[in-house]
Design a protein around this ligand. Structure first.
Ligand code: IMP
Ligand code: MG
Length: 174
């Protein structure tokens, strides 16, 4: 299979500016208390790293890992691979995700984590593909809506490649 990186959808500068805006909004909304940023592995690691460095309020980070069966086809059941290290009861939790596609991953994690009684639970996603959403999912902090194309870079992969690109680009698989 050949993967070709095509046009850049979101440049480094565009992403940097938007991440700063999202961090400022989070800091405003959570002024006066600490937040726990939960990065969803693997895709969110770069977004989380940039977000936390722009955040002007106290924060801690944790990670959770999931995989979904049947990517590309429509089944998409989500499976937990690695749980959080810490208890989240009474804490202000923000799930940090690279991309919202069908919405299943975040719906699953939101339900699982809300059962643990956080003080608040929000979602921050860098990119969303609105045409692909299967479930009504509120995204509290959203970077960008993009068309229904496969994208790579800034943590996002295609068959585990291209996560290190500093921008987000469309790919074509042939
Ligand atoms: P969802 O559960 O269908 O919303 O899928 C979300 C997950 O699918 C993301 O965390 C990504 O791992 C993956 N994903 C969806 N679209 C893309 C894409 O365009 N590029 C890379 N990964 C994607
Ligand atoms: Mg992911």
């Amino acid at each position: 299979m050949n993967v070709h990186v095509r046009e850049t959808l979101l440049s480094e500068e565009t992403i940097r500016n938007r991440v700063r805006e999202l961090a400022d909004r989070i800091a405003n909304d959570h002024a006066g208390h600490e937040v726990l940023l939960v990065g969803i592995l693997r895709g969110a690691f770069i977004f989380l790293a940039d977000l936390v460095r722009q955040l002007r309020i106290p924060s801690k980070i944790d990670f959770i890992a999931v995989s979904s069966y049947g990517k590309g086809i429509e089944s998409g059941a989500v499976r937990l691979i690695m749980d959080l290290r810490d208890d989240i009861a009474g804490r202000h939790v923000i799930l940090v995700e690279d991309i919202v596609d069908s919405g299943r991953t975040l719906t699953y994690l939101r339900e699982m984590l809300s059962a643990r009684h956080p003080a608040s639970l929000q979602i921050c996603a860098l990119v969303r593909k609105p045409e692909r959403l299967k479930i009504d999912l509120p995204v509290d902090y959203l970077g960008f809506d993009i068309p229904d194309v496969w994208v790579v870079g800034y943590g996002l992969d295609c068959m585990d490649q291209y996560r290190g690109l500093p921008y987000i680009a469309a790919v074509e698989v042939s």
